[in-house]
Design a protein around this ligand. Structure first.
Ligand SMILES: Nc1ncnc2c1ncn2[C@@H]1O[C@H](COP(=O)(O)OP(=O)(O)OP(=O)(O)O)[C@@H](O)[C@H]1O
Length: 267
């Protein structure tokens, strides 16, 4: 295995059939993601970004190709770069609860709205067997501080939080198990511009401090510019261009990327 290689997407494809017609939502997607690297997936609505993210996080099975992930050996002898399709359900659940995070666009889809903020953060630790109340509460307070939430609100329900605060809580809930890879689906979309900017700053800081790898779906090139080392541009389910973020945005090669970039620059 190549040192530090975390994810290898090897010709991924997914087709959906609707009204008797089969259409590829994404096809022939290939890239490598290295430890500590942030990859942005950009493209217009319907280009296949969310479908690709679901394939990578094993939320959907691939119809073509394979996702390989560097599974940590937890003493079972299973480890190293592994085809997700060959892993057991239990192993995939374990990855989803520990080594991966998934930040949904709508925070309420990634939170449990009927339990307190503190319980939301502690839940993943409890799933791993943590039971000590003092430790769970300590971790909840620590992670609330880390994402700049008022720790006095640890017992409040997420529904009493603002949209931006809910998103911070969702991030804390994901990071508590110290995942190596976080998937994010439009993490700042739908928030006020100033809230977005502060959240992006926080994400950038967390990614660097925790040496996280992340795959971020966004239609916003500014998000890619701020957070991602590399980016992948999708159109009609295909990757039309990929490379270092600055190179792609400053010197786009594909006509579609040129159009995307110029539509942001032109008022
Ligand atoms: N469960 C599904 N059943 C049928 N078709 C689907 C399903 N999920 C996605 N598609 C189709 O696959 C294509 C890609 O959708 P996808 O949601 O991945 O795009 P996207 O780039 O994430 O778009 P958006 O930014 O609007 O979320 C679209 O044509 C969509 O209608």
């Amino acid at each position: 295995m190549s040192e530090g290689l975390l994810v290898r997407a090897d010709g991924l494809g997914k087709a959906f059939t609707r009204n008797g017609r089969t259409r590829w939502a994404c096809r022939d997607v290939r890239f490598d993601l290295w430890q500590g690297e942030v990859l942005a997936v950009v493209g217009e609505s319907g280009s296949g970004k969310s479908t690709l993210l679901k394939l990578l996080a094993a939320r959907l099975p691939c119809d073509e190709g394979a996702v390989h992930y560097d599974v940590r050996d937890t003493g079972t002898g299973e480890g190293g770069l592994s085809d997700l399709a060959a892993l057991s359900e239990a192993r995939l659940r374990w990855l989803a609860r520990t080594d991966w995070g998934f930040v949904e666009q709508q925070a309420r889809e990634g939170l449990r709205m009927n339990v307190s903020a503190g319980a939301n953060i502690g839940e993943r630790l409890m799933a791993l067997g943590a039971r000590h109340y003092g430790r769970l509460r300590g971790e909840a307070l620590h992670w609330m501080e880390r994402v700049e939430l008022d720790t006095e609100r640890v017992d409040d329900l997420p529904g009493t939080y603002s949209g931006g605060m809910q998103q911070r809580l969702q991030i804390a809930r994901n990071l508590v198990t110290q995942p190596r890879l976080v998937f994010m689906d439009e993490p700042t979309t739908g928030l006020d511009v100033s809230v977005q900017a502060r959240l992006l700053d926080l994400l950038r800081e967390l990614v660097a401090d925790l040496h996280l790898s992340a795959i971020i779906v966004t239609h916003d090139l500014a998000v890619a510019r701020l957070l991602a080392h590399r980016m992948l541009v999708m159109k009609d389910g295909q990757v039309v261009e990929q490379g270092l973020t600055d190179r792609v945005l400053d010197d786009p090669q594909h006509p579609y990327t040129q159009l995307l970039v110029s539509s942001v620059l032109t008022p």
